[in-house]
Design a protein around this ligand. Structure first.
Ligand SMILES: [Zn+2]
Length: 165
């Protein structure tokens, strides 16, 4: 199983034929196109985390009041508080990483989806463009359709080192 973050591009078979350096550039561009959504997700996530912490803090405070004074600050309760804090921190980090990973995956998936044959949806990534600049095209290996490359498609091929061929 692939760990979140580590070489996210290896989750996409379309990118298998390209080396890590090429894929890193490709993924960086996919990420920058989604920056606005990323910032919104981050803001919403942070706000939710703060609200959650305030609520659990208030709950913990009200529970704390129920505990008799003489045992409130003993070593055991301190240990329980600390380990609870650590568990929450780990869980929160895991959620943040998973959300970030899902966001990045969907950014890459959307980008890959623009690089497909309009007729049969076959991936055109990695095909060498033919024709003059301004009317570059590729022939779909699956259905034989001639696909004129949009600037977005050319940019993708360039990121992967096949645009200038
Ligand atoms: Zn096709």
């Amino acid at each position: 199983m692939r760990m979140p973050i580590a070489k996210v591009w290896r989750a996409f078979s379309e990118l298998d034929r390209f080396d890590d350096d090429r894929c890193r550039v490709y993924v960086a561009e996919a990420r920058s196109r989604r920056r606005t959504l990323g910032v919104v997700l981050f803001a919403v996530g942070s706000f939710a985390a703060v609200v959650f912490l305030v609520i659990t803090g208030a709950l913990a405070g009200s529970i704390q009041d129920e505990i008799p004074n003489e045992i409130r600050y003993d070593a055991l309760s301190l240990l329980v508080s600390l380990s609870t804090g650590v568990v929450w921190l780990v869980a929160l980090t895991a959620v943040v990483l998973l959300v970030r990973d899902a966001w990045l995956r969907s950014a890459i998936r959307d980008r890959l989806n623009t690089m497909t044959c309009g007729a049969c949806r076959y991936s055109l990534l990695g095909l060498t463009p033919r024709g003059e600049a301004g009317s570059r095209h590729v022939v779909c290996p699956e259905c034989g359709a001639s696909v004129v490359l949009t600037p977005e498609m050319l940019e993708q091929l360039e990121a992967l080192g096949v645009g200038s061929a």
